[in-house]
Design a protein around this ligand. Structure first.
Ligand code: FES
Length: 156
C-alpha cells in the first residue's frame, strides 16, 4: 500500500513530468504531501524523497529551509489573526480572547479538538477593514465578535 492517496500520487507523477530535474520537483512535491497530511512528518519527507528518487537529506533540507512548510501537526484549519496597529485598535485582542474562550485555542496553539490552529500575523494589508484575518487561504475583514464565530462555524 502506498504512503500517498491515489489523488496525491497522480499529482506527484504530474509534477515529476513537469519539472526538468527531480530536485526542482521537490518543492511542489512537498506541497502535495503537506496538503495530503496537513504537515510534513519525517515519514512524509522520506516518502517524497523515495517518490522523487532523491536522497532524504536533500528533501529534508528543502523542507526545513522554507517557512511555508509545517513540521508539526496543526489543526485542520489555520487561523491567522492580524494584531498590528489598526487591527489592535479595532479589537483584535478582544477577538483572540474570544477564540480562546470559544475554541480553546491560543496563539501558537491548536484547539483541543484539532479543528483550528492560531497564529498572529503582522499587517495583512487590510488596515481600512480592520480587524482582519485569514482562515486557510480565505480573507475575512471587518470582524466582530459575532461575525468571527459565524465565519469559523463554516470551517468544520
Ligand atoms: S493592521 Fe491589520 S491589516 Fe493592517
Amino acid at each position: 500500500m502506498s504512503f500517498f492517496s491515489d489523488k496525491a500520487l497522480k499529482e506527484l507523477d504530474e509534477i515529476k513530468k513537469r519539472y526538468p530535474t527531480r530536485r526542482a520537483a521537490a518543492l511542489p512535491a512537498l506541497y502535495v504531501a503537506q496538503k495530503e497530511f496537513g504537515w510534513l512528518s519525517p515519514e512524509a519527507i522520506d516518502a517524497v524523497a523515495r517518490h522523487l528518487t532523491l536522497p532524504p537529506a536533500v528533501v529534508k533540507g528543502t523542507a526545513t529551509f522554507y517557512s511555508m512548510y509545517k513540521h508539526r501537526q496543526v489543526g485542520r484549519h489555520l487561523i491567522q489573526v492580524c494584531t498590528n496597529v489598526s487591527c489592535m485598535i479595532f479589537g483584535a485582542e478582544n477577538l483572540l480572547g474570544l477564540l480562546e474562550e470559544k475554541y480553546g485555542v491560543t496563539p501558537g496553539g491548536t484547539s483541543p479538538d484539532g479543528r483550528f490552529s492560531l497564529v498572529i500575523m503582522e499587517c495583512i494589508g487590510a488596515c481600512d477593514k480592520a480587524p482582519a484575518m485569514l482562515v486557510d487561504e480565505d480573507f475575512h475583514s471587518d470582524l466582530t465578535r459575532n461575525g468571527i464565530i459565524n465565519i469559523l462555524e463554516s470551517y468544520k
